[in-house]
Design a protein around this ligand. Structure first.
Ligand SMILES: Cc1cc2nc3c(=O)[nH]c(=O)nc-3n(C[C@H](O)[C@H](O)[C@H](O)COP(=O)(O)OP(=O)(O)OC[C@H]3O[C@@H](n4cnc5c(N)ncnc54)[C@H](O)[C@@H]3O)c2cc1C
Length: 201
């Protein structure tokens, strides 16, 4: 089939597997999520790829850690956990990103200045590589660092354990400032507020 990323400027032709069970996933090609990457990161032209979006189950929840299949979207996690008072610790600007894509791109949210990127809140990944399936943690330093933000190059992320955080209603403040003062204004607001969004007009 022909498919594209979010930017729609580039397309790929190739076979896409859409497994429903983790046991049916093979390491024959890279995994892709919901193709919300702007460029060609999720495209494997003239090759095979595994679309992970049917693997979207929540496997477990313990304390503030959710164990989830890699095709589950950030929006699904928010929909399920927000009524219980939790949200994913880092949320990119699109809820359509999958957990696998959020790890593969090590996405950031509006709280990056305080909380870092998505990968910093992942505690374990079940990875299907060319030599089989294994659970990796930050203690597996080399493969861990190569997997977080690794564009799926170390194997297929089947599932992950990631933090959800209790959220509190926070005041929303709006500042306008001249461009010359943007740097200091940004730094001050960053100290004061957990989430920060900045625009130029
Ligand atoms: C409107 C919009 C707003 C956005 N805002 C932000 C933002 O605020 N912050 C930010 O950082 N990004 C942002 N992005 C980018 C987006 O969050 C990332 O590109 C994210 O990776 C998309 O997730 P996906 O599931 O669609 O992954 P895909 O685009 O399908 O894949 C991304 C990469 O991850 C790999 N991958 C996906 N699933 C797996 C898996 N299961 N195992 C192994 N590798 C895998 C793929 O091979 C590919 O290299 C935004 C995108 C859009 C469209």
């Amino acid at each position: 089939m022909t498919y594209s990323g979010w930017g729609r400027t580039l397309t790929a032709d190739g076979e896409l597997a859409r497994p429903e069970r983790r046991t049916a996933v093979t390491a024959q090609g890279p995994a892709i999520g919901n193709r919300r990457s702007y460029g060609d990161a999720a495209l494997n032209d003239n090759g095979r790829a595994t679309d992970m979006t049917r693997l979207d189950r929540i496997i477990g929840f313990d304390g503030d850690i959710v164990h989830v299949e890699a095709g589950c979207t950030i929006a699904t996690l928010a929909r399920i956990f927000a009524p219980k008072g939790y949200l994913p610790a880092v949320m990119p600007g699109t809820g359509f990103a999958t957990v696998g894509g959020a790890i593969g791109m090590d996405v950031h949210g509006k709280n990056h200045h305080n909380d870092g990127s998505f990968g910093q809140h992942v505690t374990e990944i079940t990875l299907l590589g060319i030599d089989g399936t294994r659970a990796i943690t930050p203690a597996d330093e080399v493969i861990w660092k190569a997997t977080i933000g690794g564009l799926g190059q170390t194997g297929v992320i089947l599932s992950a354990k990631a933090a959800v955080e209790a959220y509190h209603r926070r005041p929303i403040a709006r500042y306008r400032t001249a461009r010359a003062k943007l740097g200091p204004a940004h730094r001050n607001a960053g100290r004061e507020y957990g989430d920060l969004l900045c625009g130029l007009d």
